[in-house]
Design a protein around this ligand. Structure first.
Ligand code: ADP
Ligand code: MG
Length: 139
């Protein structure tokens, strides 16, 4: 298990950016309370993939897609905070999205999903103080 501490949003973004560049597998599952820094992490991660779009949390629509420049790959940014019920998960069609290696998927509130593929990189972010976050890469 890898653990790092960041002391600003910029540091969290930098860490996420570096992770995007050396990512093994295609699914990142983020967990942590509201305000922990999952969306900030997603922004740095997308930047690391070369995405220039503004990354905002897909809170009400649950999922947003961004084309990854200079590739055929697509970044899926999923946020399950407002997930109401299991039918909504089914409607997202996650199995198909997960199983296509061309897709890179980052999920906020991933703890709300019961079954994640075994090669998922699980990351937990914890707010330690106003500006300090502890980030654990669990697998
Ligand atoms: P979440 O998506 O987990 O609900 P956000 O990423 O939307 O959280 O918000 C995190 C908030 O915490 C932002 O306002 C950000 O500026 C602030 N913040 C302060 N310190 C950090 C840090 N070290 N890493 C990430 N975010 C931080
Ligand atoms: Mg968020």
């Amino acid at each position: 298990m890898e653990e790092i501490t960041t002391n600003s949003p910029a540091e969290t973004k930098k860490f996420a950016k570096s992770l995007a560049k050396k990512l093994k597998g295609n699914i990142i599952a983020l967990s942590g309370d509201l305000g922990a820094g999952k969306t900030v992490f997603a922004q740095g991660f997308a930047e690391g993939l070369g995405i220039k779009d503004k990354i905002i949390s897909p809170t009400f629509i649950l999922m947003r897609q961004h084309k990854i420049p200079n590739s055929n790959n697509i970044f899926y940014h999923i946020d399950l905070y407002r997930l109401a019920d299991k039918n909504q998960i089914a409607a997202l069609g996650l199995e198909d999205i997960f199983s296509d290696p061309k897709n890179i998927i980052l999920i906020e509130w991933a703890e709300r999903l019961e079954n994640l593929p075994t090669d998922t990189v699980k990351i937990k972010i914890k707010k330690v103080s106003e500006k300090t976050r502890r980030i654990n890469i669990l697998s």
